[in-house]
Design a protein around this ligand. Sequence first.
Ligand code: GDP
Length: 319
Amino acid sequence: MIVVLTGGTGGAKFVDGLRQVVSAKELTIIVNTGDDLEWWGLYVSPDLDSITYVLAGVLSKERGWGVKGDTFFCLQAMGELGEPIWFHTGDRDLAVHLFRSKLLTQGKTLTEVTAEIAGKMGVQARILPMSDSRVETRVDTPVGELSFEEYFVQRWFQDPVKSVRLAGAADAEPAPGVIDAIMSASVVLLAPSNPVTSIGPILAVPGITNALKQTRAPVAAVSPIVGGAAVSGPAGILMASQALPVSIAGIAQVYREFLDILVVDTRDAQPAEELRRSGLRVHCAKTVMNTPDEKAALARQVLALVSGENAARAASDPS
Ligand code: GDP
């Protein structure tokens, strides 16, 4: 079983690659829910949606979020009613938010609802929210504390970031199946997702970091930082706000407690050499994914690396 920890953009591209090269039934995807928000009275989970859509083959490639070919009639009508429309939801996307909210109101858990939506969309991979408890990523800025979507979507991540707080994380529990999946995985992969606001909230759920330390599976991460900057989005700004270097060394620092292999871009060959001296296995690959072939090629390389690691471990410890 291949277990992936992910957010919804770089992570969705990586998952798109994996689904091309392995059977969906082999995949368990543990997804960040720190970006979840209430929108027009509905429960929206942007990363769960993106991962579900990409596995269902309906994620919009142009936008990188939402359903391909979607229409926006409801958004327009809500605007005419004077409602906020900065968070764009297409009509088909909205149906998923309505359906999720209805099932949650009936008392189902986010894990159950996520599985039901995935099943109805024909997804065969297992998608797990990191937790059924509410964990909220809050970004402190000079204009006040913002939710992640307010900071990222409404205000275009233009505000200086003072700090990031993961409200509710200390009291959260991993969703059912999360710890078991990590402990019984053959490999654990950290997608090239934002280390502070996508992977960070997952690691902050009590028990998950410990499971990553204890699992016998090799843990590999793909760096979202290429050439000293994020490929897209605010990862660099957010890492700097945590006093982390915006570099592959910064990524290695966040994951140091459990990481076995870091996959970085070929552009980072020189810092990779420096990082290797610290004892970490660092592999260079073409990690910027613009086409389906590039996504599949990266997924294949990462899987080959971890299966090589598994073979080496088996040879040195036949028990
Ligand atoms: P979010 O939930 O929208 O924040 O999405 P993620 O956390 O999954 O993805 C955001 C991260 O993906 C950013 O830090 C980007 O640098 C990274 N990213 C986006 N596209 C690529 C890519 O093609 N390759 C790599 N290596 N990273 C990428």
